[in-house]
Design a protein. Structure first.
Ligand SMILES: Cc1cc2nc3c(=O)[nH]c(=O)nc-3n(C[C@H](O)[C@H](O)[C@H](O)COP(=O)(O)OP(=O)(O)OC[C@H]3O[C@@H](n4cnc5c(N)ncnc54)[C@H](O)[C@@H]3O)c2cc1C
Ligand code: SF4
Ligand code: SF4
Length: 542
């Protein structure tokens, strides 16, 4: 041996010495909480399905995804993707296009005809779900998977709730929605359409139901008092969007004014442009920074020629024109009238001022409490009436399809416990999501985010066809591979390569590695060099 000792070891020759007894800390492979998962209101295990998609195992990825959410193709179109806002990759270059990959998987499943896994053996329990919107459908799906008999009653002709009657087809084509809902019927969920429930306890008694979920949404459009002449046309956004969703094409005139600042206002204004309005103007009493509409929805509306009048209220509506009052913000950021007025042309005014929950059904449920217009529920989503649960827009929440799907899933778990006479599962101890500082980003190469194709703005106003396209396979794969796998081992072999004691053992299957504690001396190199922060050094018990 004529070389220095330290660099002359033959491969695995370090195994001649058991070094483990020197150790004061040992490495442990952990499964951290990725920020994307933490932020997803539907509770999707985003990192897990992205990981499956990364090697082209799209069906496995879809199967992992639908454990939590049965509507990937819908989500990939309408979710406001808070997961991407939380994504650690945003600090490196730009967030992973999680929503685009989700849509790719959803569309791939539709093309390939993948079916949901069969339901568990029948439990003999029956659950009534009132409302076939995203909350009711998500709950029905999860309950059916668990083997319960589920009947979904809905007042409408077709299931989907606001996904069908609110969100316009240029954002969510109905064939996509139909296919994802049809899978639930294939799984054995029973749909009772045109079936408005007016007395919950009586419907439960007549149908022999053991538990019920109220998922009736917020269907009543809020009105505002507007001094208006006889000939003025004042409509509400839900009626306009609902009739367009039913295939009607109501004429709103050449100049349409939409009153409100949320996503419904954006949809109404974009719809007005497609119905022939040369001028669609959104009147909002606050500033852009205070607007509740999603930024992307605002940008799409602006791209389609929608104008916004910030800091304005409607003072009066006349025939063919409106009077607007200018507003100013006070020190608390609240809009205050200025006494200055201006005229605006408008053949119709569409109110998009929010929605309220219809209380008529709720008043028939003994013990159920309504606070501030929404149903009070406990942590397990149960109302004050034993065995009656509630979720979605009808309870205190951010109102979105994604939150409603999450509620449906959580309610289903709680209903299952109720039916089995068990306590609801303990609230999971909230862990902190893996921070960007917990990653070794040196190991990741630059990879710019993929952009989805879009219909040219000039071509949009004469079609209700979809505006945003999907990623092709190569781009979706690239996007999935941009995931940093925060806090979860992805089998890169770094720990295997850097361990000076050959103490890392490579395994087959999901647990990629184990530590051979006879040889690990606890130097911590593996933890320091793990790109995704999946190894923790834990003190040895003395
Ligand atoms: C125009 C518009 C656009 C939107 N866009 C988006 C978007 O892009 N992304 C997003 O995440 N969210 C969006 N939202 C919000 C989202 O649609 C709602 O938060 C979500 O649909 C609420 O789900 P839900 O299941 O609670 O109720 P809903 O979807 O409202 O469904 C409730 C169902 O209950 C039925 N029902 C009511 N009362 C009874 C009764 N007594 N008996 C039987 N059936 C009954 C109704 O017919 C309906 O089908 C939008 C909302 C609107 C209005
Ligand atoms: S449902 Fe929405 S928040 Fe959840 S992973 Fe999909 S895009 Fe993200
Ligand atoms: S990099 Fe991947 S695991 Fe980390 S937050 Fe983003 S999508 Fe989730």
């Amino acid at each position: 041996m004529n070389k220095p000792f330290a660099i002359t070891l033959d491969v695995r020759s370090s195994l001649a010495n058991h070094t483990g007894m020197w150790r004061s800390e040992r490495p442990v492979y952990t499964a951290g909480l990725p920020p994307c998962q933490h932020a997803c209101p539907a509770g999707e295990h985003v990192q897990a399905w992205l990981y499956a998609a990364e090697d082209g195992s799209y069906e496995s990825a879809w199967r992992r995804l639908v454990q939590d959410n049965p509507f990937p193709a819908v989500m990939g179109r309408v979710c406001y993707h808070p997961c991407e806002t939380a994504c650690n990759r945003a600090e490196l270059d730009s967030a992973v296009g999680i929503n685009s990959v989700e849509r790719f998987l959803g569309d791939r499943a539709i093309d390939a005809g993948w079916r949901l896994p069969d339901a568990a053996p029948a439990t003999g329990r029956r659950v009534l779900v009132v409302g076939a919107g995203p909350c009711g459908l998500s709950a029905a799906y999860q309950l059916r998977r668990l083997g319960h008999e589920v009947h979904v009653h809905d007042a409408g002709e077709e299931p989907g709730g606001m996904m069908r009657h609110g969100i316009p087809t240029f954002r969510l084509p109905r064939d996509v929605l139909d296919i994802e809902i049809a899978r639930l019927a294939d799984l054995g969920v029973t749909f009772c359409m045109n079936s408005k429930v007016t007395d919950l306890r009586e419907t439960m008694r007549a149908g022999g139901f053991d538990a019920a979920l109220i998922a009736i949404g917020a269907q009543l459009s809020r009105r505002a008092y507007l001094p208006a002449g006889q000939a003025s046309r004042v409509l509400d956004a839900l009626s306009v969007l609902g009739s367009v969703a039913d295939g009607e094409r109501p004429g709103l005139g050449r100049a349409v004014v939409v009153y409100g600042g949320g996503n419904t206002a954006m949809d109404a204004a974009r719809t007005a442009r497609r119905l022939g309005a040369d001028d669609a103007v959104v009147v909002y009493r606050r500033t852009q920074a205070q607007m509740p509409a999603d930024r992307q929805e605002l940008d799409e509306a602006l791209a389609e020629g929608v104008r916004i009048k910030w800091l304005r209220t409607i003072a009066a509506v006349g025939e063919g024109s409106l009077t607007l009052e200018k507003m100013t913000l006070d020190e608390a950021g609240l809009p205050q009238p200025t006494g200055e007025f201006e005229e605006l042309a408008g053949d119709a005014v569409v109110l998009a001022l929010g929605q309220d929950v219809d209380r008529s059904l709720l008043d028939t449920v003994p013990g159920l409490r309504v606070v501030d217009g929404v149903i009070e529920v406990d942590e397990a989503m149960m109302t004050g009436s034993p065995g009656v649960f509630a979720g979605g827009d009808a309870v205190p929440t951010d109102r979105s399809v994604t939150h409603s799907i999450g509620h449906g899933r959580r309610a289903a778990v709680a209903i299952d416990s109720w039916l089995r006479r068990q306590d609801p599962p303990a609230q999971r101890q909230e862990r902190d999501p893996v921070p960007y500082s917990g990653l070794n980003t040196w190991y990741y190469s630059d990879a710019p985010r993929s952009v989805r194709p879009r219909l040219e703005a000039a071509r949009r106003t004469d079609t209700f066809g979809e505006v945003v396209g999907g990623l092709d396979e190569d781009t979706a794969l690239f996007e999935a591979r941009r995931c940093l796998s925060c806090g979860n081992c992805f089998g890169c072999d770094n720990c295997l390569g850097v361990c000076p004691d050959n103490a890392v053992i490579k395994l087959d299957g999901a647990n990629h590695y184990a530590i051979d504690l006879d040889y690990c001396k606890g130097c911590g190199l593996c933890a320091a060099e793990c790109p995704c922060g999946a190894i923790e050094m834990v003190p040895e018990e003395s």
